[in-house]
Design a protein around this ligand. Sequence first.
Ligand code: NAP
Ligand code: FER
Length: 335
Amino acid sequence: MASTNRQIVLAARPEGLPKESDFRPIETPAPSLGEGQFLVKIQYLSVDPYMRGRMSEAKSYAPSVALGEVMVGGAVGTIVESRHPEYRQGEVVVGYFGWQEYALSDGRGTQRFDTSVAPISTALSVLGMTGMTAYFGLLEIGQPKEGETVFVSGAAGAVGSLVGQIAKLKGCRAVGSAGSAEKVAYLKNELGFDAAFNYKEADDYVAKLDEVCPQGIDVYFDNVGGPLTDAVFRRINDHARIVVCGQIEQYNATRPPRGPRVLWHLIVKQARAEGFLIFSYTHRFPEGQKQMAQWLKEGKIKYHETIVDGLENAPKAFIGLFHGENLGKQLVRVA
Ligand code: NAP
Ligand code: FER
């Protein structure tokens, strides 16, 4: 391997939207392998909205990244050296290896990836954490039934694009919102959504929802939050399920959001809103990955990856998530 390791560290805690100067590239001596460890050469990094939370000091389920520390994140790569009894050189592994070229691991929190199933990038997209979020979030929390209407916000993103397709496979009407005409066309023409709209162009969300969801909404898979979500509450059906997956509209907010009080709608519709963290489903990933891999093989699920080249471009790719620059899953190719 090379004698140095390139890494991206957290340089400053962002105020509002993260900036490239909140990150800093550094070079450190290549890590040396201890007994019981292996060295991974990273091929792809995942950039995800949750990382905004790790950059801040606000209380969370996971500790924040310290200033000067390597940015956290899921990655996939190949073992180039091993002194671990159960991992061999040449194996492809997925783990939270961070924004760097090489990572040491003792195997904890690491899974092998079977490259005969799908390209290795899918370990971070359709067969990875984001794919599992769509799968378990929709099926376990959303409980979609045949004939129901599933509405998903952030529909052209990594999670949302899979949610709509899984809803279709379950016999539902799939409807989504996304931030451009191209994304809306992609949802309708490529992914088989029954309807979709550009939330940046709609000024009356309730009227828009009436148009695209004439039977009301039975399952709302919320990736976004904010005014669109406020409107959805006004159009949920009796016994609706609201899957609170993400609230990206608020991740860069500098003061607590205030909005219409919507819980009244849960009472009158006897509906349920439930948040979840995909990390609670880690033990069930093999089951979800098996089903997603089967659907991929049968051509029933499509996925798109937006790939940026170069570790040095990871900050830009991450920031792009908040500007909707990605279609499907945003990845960074490191090697
Ligand atoms: P993604 O949807 O691929 O990327 C983020 C997308 O959000 C962007 O492409 C952009 O698309 C949209 N967006 C950004 N700012 C927005 C705003 N102010 N208003 C509306 N839309 C905005 O990301 P992902 O990885 O699939 O994650 C989707 C959501 O799921 C996120 O909220 C994330 O935090 C959440 N998530 C939760 C869990 C969990 O365990 N609960 C796990 C994974 C992900 P447009 O062009 O449409 O604006
Ligand atoms: C995400 C958004 C938020 C996510 C996790 C969280 C795994 C958790 C945030 C917190 O505990 O503060 O997309 O994905």
